[in-house]
Design a protein around this ligand. Sequence first.
Ligand SMILES: NC(=O)C1=CN([C@@H]2O[C@H](COP(=O)(O)OP(=O)(O)OC[C@H]3O[C@@H](n4cnc5c(N)ncnc54)[C@H](OP(=O)(O)O)[C@@H]3O)[C@@H](O)[C@H]2O)C=CC1
Ligand SMILES: O=C(O)[C@@H]1CCC=N1
Length: 272
Amino acid sequence: MNQKTIAFIGAGNMAFAIIAGLVKSGYPAANIIACNKSNQARCEQLRQMGLQVDLTNREAVERADVVILAVKPQMMAEVCAEFAEVDFADKWVISVAAGIAVARLEQLLPSARNIVRTMPNTPSLIGEGMSGLFAKKIVEPTACRFAEQLLSAVGQCYWVETESQLNQIIAITGSSPAYFFKFMEAMQQSAVKMGFSEQDARVLVQSVAIGAAKMVAANPELSLATLRENVTSKGGTTAQALAVFEQHRLDQTVDEAMNAAIKRAEEMEKSL
Ligand SMILES: NC(=O)C1=CN([C@@H]2O[C@H](COP(=O)(O)OP(=O)(O)OC[C@H]3O[C@@H](n4cnc5c(N)ncnc54)[C@H](OP(=O)(O)O)[C@@H]3O)[C@@H](O)[C@H]2O)C=CC1
Ligand SMILES: O=C(O)[C@@H]1CCC=N1
């Protein structure tokens, strides 16, 4: 796997999370090319890590065995137009973009035969990623294996059978780090209102988030409901807090939010 030259087209938040995780896992930085539009600070950071950062998108793609499409979905058509003359027949294409279907990628890169669509998440940066993967049955198994090895270097992988499930994965694992950050922000704000400094509030909130997540992982035999009940003394404080969540229909709110993410991914698939 380490012998393949990988070109990242777009080196923003998501690509950087994967690149950093890959390099940390031992992938030779010299075999990775990264292309950004304008962010010189990011290019310098990647150069310092040993990546090649001075090629145009087209040069990068021409040299690469594996092309990772990591620009914003709205930029995908414009960027792929630069590759109109490139033969993708022997290259593997891995897209991380939300809302760009394989059929659309096939239109944009007509010579590409092996396209794997993935949905990683930013915890990949610290090796704690969870990525959904989808490929049509005609894609070479070696290309699928490569995509899985690549994303396994930065976390766990989950293959989906149908492409529409990848939009569900966006809601469940792609967008969801932001849900947890939002919840922690709200707790931090509340603690600050009580009089704690922002820094202290952050330390308190992050420690409980890490502790709670580790308890979930360490106790696979316990349901999430049981873990919650173990904190909730009858007539005690937690019950009161949870009652407020219930009153504000937290479960329905989360369900609506996740479905809104899916709906947006579907809309993007139709319009981009
Ligand atoms: N962020 C996330 O949590 C996740 C994102 N994704 C997907 O990853 C993709 C990228 O998202 P994200 O990393 O968040 O976005 P960013 O805006 O952080 O990154 C996009 C990158 O694309 C670069 N870029 C823009 N135009 C060009 C161009 N013409 N040629 C080369 N590079 C270009 C930008 O460069 P510059 O900064 O120099 O303009 C930027 O580095 C999206 O498709 C998104 O759906 C998937 C899963 C999770
Ligand atoms: O917000 C987005 O559209 C991207 C996809 C998943 C996470 N970030």
